[in-house]
Design a protein around this ligand. Structure first.
Ligand code: R5P
Length: 264
């Protein structure tokens, strides 16, 4: 691996723990003003001290994040779709690698939609993005998107998506945790991080999700709604961090979460 690529990767996955806590706030690129992310600057600011990187679009980076802060950015470069449009999978690259370099991004991210009518276009976009990003030592994060079809989140389907993403050159893959997650990890030769998905019923469910994922081989989380839609978002990110970086149990993390809530 070239020095630049290695250096960027080491900003994303901490060399001391080999793990990562990323905050995903890119949802607006197709969902618009999602609940509790309607004012991105307000949502993001208190969480920044507890994350290793932030995943977002150029618009939110430029307008809602202080440029003097040293926070690695994972820049979402795919888009062109919306929740109101005919097909969520109809996505393409809309932010260039040159723009990512200008913004001092530590990685670029795009979604792939395997098994949909736009499978080919999104996989070709991944290949093209890797070709260009590789030239500049810029890691590519591929997101195995399921759109509205949340039931697709099983190990057979996600294992297929993750392996294809790695084969086509992604340096990191973001997917969902599911039963038999280890099978996905074992058949994917690059690091995996998990998304959280829609808000879970309880805070304990979120901690269990993070715990199970890292204990079954995920390098960490790239989570959104289950952090910032929580009424105790700072407590939640701190608790997740304790699981991911310190190997804490769900019980230990939950104690931290409760004490953060009481301090509020
Ligand atoms: C898709 O909308 C985005 O890539 C999100 O970053 C991703 O789904 C992770 O966010 P969440 O944990 O809310 O699912």
């Amino acid at each position: 691996m070239d020095w630049g690529m290695k250096n960027r990767m080491s900003r994303l996955i901490r060399p001391d723990s080999g793990k990562a806590v990323w905050l995903a706030v890119d949802h607006g690129y197709f969902l618009g003003p999602v609940a509790k992310l309607d004012d991105p600057a307000k949502t993001i600011k208190p969480l920044l001290p507890f994350i290793d990187a932030i995943m977002l679009t150029r618009g939110v980076l430029r307008n809602c994040v202080d440029a003097s802060l040293d926070i690695p950015a994972i820049l979402r470069v795919s888009g062109g779709n919306s929740i109101a449009g005919p097909a969520l999978s109809d996505e393409g690259i809309q932010t260039s690698v040159e723009e990512a370099l200008r913004l001092n991004a530590s990685a670029v991210a795009l979604s792939i939609y395997v098994g949909t009518e736009h499978e080919h276009q999104t996989l070709m976009a991944l290949g093209a993005l890797v070709n260009e990003a590789q030239r500049y030592g810029m890691p590519v994060l591929a997101v195995t998107a399921v759109g509205k079809e949340l039931e697709k989140r099983d190990s057979r389907y996600l294992g297929l998506c993750c392996r294809i993403a790695a084969e086509l050159g992604a340096q990191v893959v973001k997917t969902y945790y599911c039963e038999d997650f280890e099978k996905i990890v074992n058949s994917c030769p690059v690091p995996l991080v998990i998304a959280g998905g829609p808000k879970l019923k309880t805070e304990l469910d979120v901690l269990k999700l993070a715990y199970n994922a890292v204990n079954e081989g995920a390098k960490g989380v790239d989570m959104g709604r289950n952090i910032w839609q929580s009424d105790n978002a700072v407590g939640m990110v701190k608790a997740i961090r304790k699981i991911v970086h310190e190997g804490a149990s769900v019980k230990e993390a939950s104690t931290l979460l409760i004490s953060a809530k009481n301090k509020k």
